[in-house]
Each structure stands twice: as C-alpha cells, then as structure tokens.
Design a protein around this ligand. Structure first.
Ligand code: ADP
Ligand code: MG
Length: 289
C-alpha cells in the first residue's frame, strides 16, 4: 500500500492545481536536482503580441497577417494561436487552408487560396524556400519572429513580443531554495531570443534551436548527473517530458500530448506552483520514510 503521507501529499498538491500521477512521481519529485524549462508558454506568458509587421513583397501588413493566420488556424502552437487571435482582433476573415502539414515547434505548410504558404519560425521558413537570410534585424535583437513565405518567396515577418511571466525571479529563487542546483532553459526558438529573455535570471545553461529530439538528448545527458525535471507545454515537448525523471506539462493551455506524456500536470496556468509542488513532495517523503 502507498504510505498515508504520500497520499496526503498527492491530495495537497491537487488542491493547488498540481496533478501528480501517483506516489512514484511524488517521491522522485522530492529528489530532483536539475530543472529544465521550455521557453514559449512555460517561462514566458505564451500569448505573444504583434509589435510590427514587416512586408517583403509589397502587400500590406493585414494581408501578410491574414495569410499567416489562415494557415496557423491548423496549429495549436501558442505562437500560432496568437497570430490567429491578432488577425481576428483586426476583423480579418480567414480562409480555410488545405493540404496542411505541421512540423511541431517549427511551423506549418499548406495551400491558402491556391497559393503554397509556409508560416513558422524565421529559420525554418527561410530554409524551406532557400532564402539566404534566415534572420531579420528584429530577430537578431531578440524578438520572437514569425516568417511567411508565399509560393517560394519571403512575403514578410511578424515581429512579436512574448514577455516573461510575472514573478519569474522569485519563482526561480524559490526553486533554488527547494534544492534545484542546476537550472537550464531549452527552447526551439533562436539563441538571440533565449539569451535576451534569460538575461540576469541565473540560468546555468541556455540551449536554443533545439528540435524535439535534441530536447530528449539534453534530458538524457543531464540525467547522468542528477534526477531531471523537465517542464514544457508543446506537442514538441512531449518526448522530452517522457524522457525526464519527472515530466511536467503546462496543462491549462498546453497540448494534450504533453499532458499525456507527463508525470505531473499543472492544471492552473502558473509555472510558479512548481516550487510548492516540490516542497509538498519533499515534506511527504520525509514523513513517509
Ligand atoms: P519553445 O521550445 O521555447 O516552446 P518553440 O520551439 O515551440 O519554442 O517555438 C519556437 C519559435 O518557432 C516560435 O517563437 C515561433 O517563431 C516559431 N513557430 C513554431 N511553430 C509555429 C507556428 N505554427 N506558427 C508560427 N510560428 C511558429
Ligand atoms: Mg513551448
């Protein structure tokens, strides 16, 4: 039977919106030394706002946004959802795309009104169309960038801002107090964005440009030195959550695939509940053993 203290710990955690899938994960949570955080939707708010639209093909900003949003309707990625929300806020009518393929964490390819459209990260889109510059001045400065290509040509860029969640500093300090000795950021986004957003936060390592497979590699490498907790929200995070000693999914707005792959699901959109979760786990374990 599961010790009463662990059952009590599970129920106390649930009270705070921290769904821990059993006594095993609760016990492992008490021993975590390394924490790996995803960026978009985990460390950041994950509801990016459009700062500016840079047209490269002569069409106006609304037209760039309309095409990007038409295709991004097919994606659950937080950036894609922000693009769709911005288009709707401007009352743009969105055509339904066809022949859609999504590359998780990178972008979407499909047909919109008879044109082949690609939307996604700037490097991804540039690479797909053999565009020489994968980057953009605003991208180099650390803004989140979405690029749109139409029929093989770069049509434009959406420059977006995705700020850190409020209280990030305090959250990280608390996690350190709860025994996290190594703190890493792992993102599919570009290094310029990752470095700007983590500046001054005391991360031990910042890893950018990671594919889902590379996130898994990172988790396995870190597990050689200490039990690893990985926190993420996207479809692209699911394999890394499964590979971690404790995978934590941002469940309130995140992808169902990541919640399924996880050992812990945060049912409230509050990554700062992690510190509380670890404290509960450590206390339950002290009493149980
Ligand atoms: P993270 O790993 O930090 O959560 P992602 O790898 O999920 O970040 O996303 C990185 C970047 O890829 C985003 O900032 C965005 O520019 C781009 N991106 C990925 N998928 C899409 C999409 N469907 N639509 C628009 N942009 C996308
Ligand atoms: Mg993410």
């Amino acid at each position: 039977a599961v010790p009463v203290a662990l059952v009590a710990g599970l129920s106390r955690a649930a009270h705070f919106g921290i769904l821990i899938k059993g006594a095993g994960p609760l016990e492992t949570m008490a021993r975590i030394g390394t924490l790996i955080l995803d960026k978009t939707g985990t460390l950041t708010d994950g509801r990016p706002q459009i700062v500016s639209i840079d047209s490269r093909d002569g069409s106006d900003g609304d037209e760039i946004l309309r095409l990007a949003a038409a295709l991004d309707q097919a994606s659950k990625h937080p950036v894609a959802q922000a693009v769709v929300a911005a288009a709707k806020a401007r009352d743009l009518a969105l055509p339904i795309p066809s022949e859609v393929t999504e590359i998780p964490g990178e972008g979407v390819i499909g047909q919109v009104e008879g044109n082949r459209v690609i939307v996604g990260g700037a490097d991804f889109v540039a690479q797909r169309i053999g565009h020489p510059e994968g980057d953009h001045p605003a991208g180099a400065a650390g803004s989140v960038l979405v690029a749109i290509a139409v029929d093989g040509k770069m049509a434009g860029y959406l420059v977006m801002a995705d700020p850190l969640r409020d209280g990030t500093d305090a959250m990280l300090a608390r996690l350190r107090r709860e025994g996290i000795t190594r703190l890493l950021l792992a993102t599919g986004d570009r290094a310029a964005v990752a470095e700007r957003i983590t500046k001054g936060l005391g991360f031990d390592s910042v890893q950018a440009g990671l594919t889902p497979d590379m996130k898994v590699e990172l988790v396995l490498e870190e597990r050689k030195s200490s039990p690893v907790m990985m926190v993420g929200d996207g479809v692209n995070d699911a394999p890394a959550l499964a590979a971690a000693d404790v995978g934590v999914a941002m469940g309130a707005r995140g992808a169902a695939a990541s919640a399924e792959a996880a050992d812990v699901v945060l049912l409230v959109d509050r990554v700062d509940r992690l510190g509380q979760g670890i404290e509960i786990a450590r206390r339950a374990r002290r009493i149980a053993v």
